[in-house]
Design a protein around this ligand. Sequence first.
Ligand code: G6P
Length: 497
Amino acid sequence: MSARRKLIVVANRGPVSYARDAAGERIAKRGGGGLVTALRSLVAHHDVTWIASAMNDEDREVAEEHGGDAFDETSREGSPYRMRLVAHEASAYDWYYNVVANPTLWFLQHYMWGLPYAPDVDLGLHNAWFNGYLPVNEGFARATVAELDREPDAAVFFHDYHLYLAPKLVREERPDALLAHFVHIPWPETDYWHVLPEHLRRAVHEGVLANDVLGFHTERWKRNFLRACEDILGADVDYDDSTVVHDGRRTQVTSHPLGIEPGEFDDLRADPAVLEQEQAIVERRPEFLVLRVDRTDPSKNVVRGFRAFALFLDMHPELHGRVTLLALLDPSRQDVPEYSEYLAAIQREARTVNDRFQSEGWTPIDLQIADNFAQAVAAYKQYDALLVNAVFDGLNLVSKEAPLVNERNGVLILSENTGSHEELGDWALTVNPFDIYGQAQAIHEALAMDPDEKRRRLEQTRASVREHDLAAWIAAQLADLDRVGVAFAHGDDRGSH
Ligand code: G6P
């Protein structure tokens, strides 16, 4: 583990969000999603100030109580850190999160449109960009500059697609600050960026090029980014060094797949809440259990997964009554109509498959819509096949977490369009996410696989997950920062700021 450092983490979601319990007492609830999971452990090893959006009324109250400044918090593991909640104007936040970040940038970066029909870059989107996405990024930039005033030599670590404009805004104010950004989602090919009008796609690319370091999970997303800088900005790209020079500045582009903390999952295996959930699963499970664990996000491809399972049942009547698909889905972004419609589509499809195949005592698809981490870990232990068939996915942490605790030599069925496929593809059954027939075949192949082969694949997957763990990812991020920091100190052409 590298030396303790001063870090300003800037991410839309904070490590905790506040609420009131039944007795009216304030409680801190752990933030969800891969990003927060990844960054929580930074807090244990470094001096972290985390700047995040106030996401609900209670968060806003907390922000107000501290006059918008940072305050001291303690992680669940007992490590102190500072937290600064930015209370954006409600309408601006709504446009930023529910119009630009999720249904536009997330959709664009996961190739999620059927282009003859969507999107319309209408007045609503232009308005949401200039009166939502921009002011929220300005709010983040102001908070970052204020924290830099307090700790001028801290490194700033921006995260994800919510904050593409903030780095340039900070750079204009603090030309010498050390800025890094990690994009947790795919970077699509240049042509798909052409869905956005030129000034918007330029703003995205120029915004992130104000960073000294820009990280992706995979070589594939990194390559797409480098090409896009050349195509969209006419920037000077060095593919061997993975650097981009634009506007007199140089940005180092890197790829490091995120890892998990194996120790956390080793402990969770015997956690009382997990054991209780596992007992319930064991009591209900038939001979074979196929599992999926996702947010209810259209990029996760749940509906096609259900169709593939139905086709598999069609092809294998001998397995009726002997296999269940357990789908543990965490409801996500339900204020975005595309997301609430997708959740309804998931429910409709599960119902269609169950109505068609179910018999006394057997429900083919066991659909559970809840945010229940203990249940997910319990199911990780019990699956025979794990279906990860995302349309596109920056990485996919489930494909790393689940094999680590699985106790049945379960087989990973993995979409070729997940970032984790670059690392785990050799030991998984690779599927094309659009090929329902191929997924149906893969489900059968997983369940019928020779036990020694299953064990071999699982062991190699685990070894890789343990080796490329979260500590390795964090060390790589900090080493990148050190590298550009040193180049800067030596008067390298890092930037003619
Ligand atoms: C993905 C994104 C994160 C995001 C998380 C949860 O992992 O990369 O930036 O925080 O999903 O989504 P939410 O919209 O609930 O923060």
